[in-house]
Design a protein around this ligand. Structure first.
Ligand code: ADP
Ligand code: ZN
Ligand code: ZN
Length: 761
């Protein structure tokens, strides 16, 4: 069950999964040169209808499939080692079946990108020409020294100032990279050599990591003694790990209750048992602090998988994980596919977060698939959240996963006091700005006076969400999408948030030629400016997609942490997991935005966002305060988030879901159709709806067909989008009808593009 090494294939043929929209595998012959070199999970090049494609070997076979008289040979082996372990292959095969998605496409989505130029480096014998043999391919790698203490006692040894400085540095850590000492220590290499001569340290040459997550040195931490609630959770999880029970847990703990500490202990237990762990987080770029805590506990032998890795760094990480040299992988959604050897634990932090759902191509949900992979690997799965998804909490209530609760904050801090400001009554505050009500304005003032920090959340970036012509009333829209353009004043542009379209802000109206414009609504850029103007002495910063590309996020959060910023204004990027002691005020500029979405989960999302952002306040000694501005103070999501009442919210929501028969009381499948012409998209969706309605299960009413209907954004990137939804409490019947439709889609519905989305969000 837990074998981690693949076996070479000795059969004359192999089955290869290819990234084509066909639900089958293809048989190829193993050429004599590649005999014994192919394994399940190997990435190979093959010819497929006159093209060269990269696919994955899924197994060997002794003869050709019935009706097939000959097979083309495998053209070459694209990577020396198999990309997938047997454990991963088995799991991905199940995932492909669950999502009714072609295995070849699933494997391609789960694999790291093919190394650049690999196809061109294939030699006639089927092997790769090593990159370094190609002219101009040699890459100079930046190296440094990794210095480790030998453990020899320094007592009684006279050390020079520089030697002492280095030894002090090593007192709290396992090793230090010479690169980190640059600027602190003159000629560090000489210092290391002298210490080697005295038998105090050893060193080895290693590749210097330019990975931002490992740049800053960390100090090893001393774990807090767990609270009673933490101890109960730790014991339960550790018992499951040691007993290899493959159990799944929901760790429901309020914001600041110490869930991360529970993850750290569980991962420690897994490591001690010689097994590996995966930690999934919603957005790795937003979690440098979390990674820091893992490095502080486990040292730098963890793999942080993120999109900024070079091909070489990612390759190294995969190798290290596969061999068990590194036992912990941390990353967003796709880290679910990390080839961790002998997987013992998967943790999904903030399991409610919608970013765990991949929303194009292979549309998987990383949380659901974490449960599946863990089950297949005999690993324990821990889902953690302060605001669990309704589906997960329901599963826990049903006893299908075990509920562990951390009801209070670990530091003893109280939950922040939440004041609801009814914008219908409070209107504009002293500044006249619509979203700076009197109470919010004075709370910010008070917070600044006491030297604390504030976070103000507004889920709209840009200056004004839309711009209207003052003369004729026409709204400036994206020519390719059915949405209004957002004004970005700093860039002097109107931008579409769905495609790349942008144009100069100061352009005459397309309908009447007037240049008079009226701004509608408020975005983060405008709010930042208003706060700067209202509090001229404060230092205000902004965190949203515009200000935070790449390293920007970390830089902004660092400035907040070090006290260089008094007020941080931002989109939902400010709601995620940050733990900053001096933040005592959280303002929600407009709580209602996410309620407006035409989605049965709108209420749940709003509750989650509000509870999460409120949780950023008062995490240390000074009690926190939250100001929540809204036009709907009586909405349950708003009211119950203000009371930190998750159970209350869940009780209301689960009842509403049951009444209308939405998940978890039914399952959904969305068929998405898009085309360049609206009539084509509508026509094809209509045809699929009729096909579905002919099915007996639909006639019987066991499966409901909703639609066809235009998608909420009917025009997106120049294409028209339509949908059909299937809904049923009976999973089996729903799959039968879905398969029926899939067969119709496989026959082709040109000129449309059609995809299935199982468990859509
Ligand atoms: P969560 O992940 O639930 O939001 P964290 O793990 O970030 O919570 O913990 C919140 C704060 O409480 C952190 O500053 C952490 O260091 C601290 N903390 C965690 N466990 C304990 C404990 N047992 N005793 C004291 N402080 C703790
Ligand atoms: Zn006009
Ligand atoms: Zn657009």
């Amino acid at each position: 069950m837990t074998e981690s090494a693949s076996e070479p294939i000795v059969a004359p043929y192999v089955e290869v999964a290819l990234p084509v929209p066909l639900r089958k595998v293809f048989t190829y012959a193993v050429p004599s040169g590649l005999g014994g070199a192919l394994q399940p999970g190997s990435r190979v090049a093959v010819s497929f209808s006159r093209r060269k494609l990269a696919g994955f070997v899924v197994g060997g076979r002794d003869d050709l499939p019935e009706g097939v008289s000959r097979a083309l040979p495998v053209a070459g082996l694209l990577e020396p080692e198999p990309v997938f372990t047997p454990e991963l292959l088995r799991f991905l095969d199940q995932a492909a079946k669950y999502y009714m998605h072609p295995l070849g496409e699933v494997l391609r989505a789960a694999a790291p990108a093919l190394p650049a130029g690999a196809m061109r480096r294939l030699r006639a014998d089927g092997f790769l020409e090593p990159a370094e043999n190609l002219p101009g391919q040699r890459v100079a790698h930046h190296t440094t020294w990794k210095v480790t203490p030998t453990g020899k006692e320094t007592e009684g040894i006279r050390l020079g100032a520089r030697q002492k400085k280095l030894m002090d540095r090593l007192a709290t850590r396992e090793s230090v990279l010479l690169d980190e000492l640059r600027g602190e220590l003159n000629d560090p290499r000489a210092v290391v050599r002298s210490l080697v001569g005295r038998g105090l340290v050893e060193f080895e040459e290693v590749e210097a990591s330019r990975d931002p997550f490992f740049r800053a040195p960390v100090t090893r931490d001393a774990p807090h003694p767990p609270t009673d609630a933490q101890q109960l959770a730790i014991d339960a999880i550790n018992e499951a790990i040691l007993g290899r029970t493959g159990e799944a847990f929901l760790l429901h703990g309020v914001t600041g209750s110490g869930k991360t500490e529970v993850y750290l202990r569980a991962i420690d237990e897994v490591r001690k048992a010689g097994r590996g762990a995966i930690l999934l987080v919603p957005e790795i770029a937003l979690t440098p602090q979390l990674v820091g805590r893992f490095r502080a506990r486990f040292g730098d032998d963890i793999a942080v998988l993120h999109s900024g890795l070079t091909a070489r760094q990612r390759d190294d990480a995969w190798q290290a994980l596969r061999r068990g040299r590194v036992q912990v992988a941390i990353g967003a959604r796709s880290a679910l596919f990390a080839p961790v050897a002998d997987l013992g634990l998967i943790v999904v932090d903030e399991e409610h977060d919608p970013s765990f759902k991949q929303d194009e191509g292979f549309r998987y949900h990383a949380r659901d698939m974490a449960l599946l992979r863990a089950q297949y690997a005999g690993a324990v799965c821990v889902l953690g959240s302060a605001t669990p998804s309704v589906e997960t909490y329901y599963r826990a209530n049903q006893g299908r996963i075990r509920l562990l609760s951390l009801p209070t904050r670990a530091t003893g801090a109280t939950m922040p006091d939440v004041e609801i400001v009814d914008l219908r009554r409070h209107r504009k505050g002293p500044t006249g700005h619509p979203l700076l009500s009197g109470p919010l304005h004075s709370a910010i003032g008070g917070c600044l006076e006491t030297g604390h920090q504030a976070i103000i959340f507004l889920n709209r970036r840009g200056f004004a969400p839309s711009v209207r012509c003052a003369a004729c009333g026409a709204v400036a829209e994206c020519p390719a999408c059915s949405v209004a353009l957002t004004e970005h004043r700093g860039q002097g542009a109107l931008r579409c948030h769905y495609c790349d379209f942008h144009r100069a802000a100061a352009m005459p109206c397309a309908s009447c030629g007037s240049t008079e414009q009226k701004r509608i609504g408020v975005g983060t850029e405008q709010l930042e400016k208003s706060i700067e103007e209202s509090f001229p002495k404060s230092r205000v910063a902004r965190l949203d997609r515009d200000t935070a590309s790449g390293d920007g996020v970390e830089a902004v959060l660092d400035r907040l942490r070090s006290g260089e910023v008094d007020v941080l204004v931002g989109t939902q990027m400010v709601t995620k997991g940050h733990d900053i002691a001096a933040v005592t005020l959280v303002g929600v500029a407009l709580a209602d935005q996410s309620l407006a979405f035409p989605d049965f989960r709108a209420s749940e999302r709003t509750f989650q966002l509000l509870a999460q952002v409120a949780g950023r306040a008062g995490r240390a000694d000074t009690p926190g305060k939250v100001i929540l501005q809204t036009y709907q103070p009586d909405h349950p999501a708003v009211r119950l988030a203000a009371q930190h009442d998750y159970e209350g919210f869940y009780a209301e929501e689960i009842q509403a879901r049951e009444e209308v028969g939405y998940p978890p009381f039914a399952r959904l499948v969305t068929v998405r159709v898009h085309a360049g012409a609206e009539a084509d998209a509508r026509g094809a969706t209509q045809l699929l709806a009729e096909t579905a309605r002919q099915h007996q299960a639909v006639k019987d009413g066991a499966v409901q067909v909703l639609g066809p209907a235009p998608a909420p954004l009917v025009r997106l990137r120049g294409r028209y989008h339509y949908r059909l939804m299937l809904k049923s409490p009976d999973r089996k019947l729903l799959r039968t009808v879905t398969a029926h439709l899939a067969a119709r889609i496989a026959q082709g519905l040109p000129p449309t593009h059609t995809t299935l989305d199982i468990d859509p969000l």
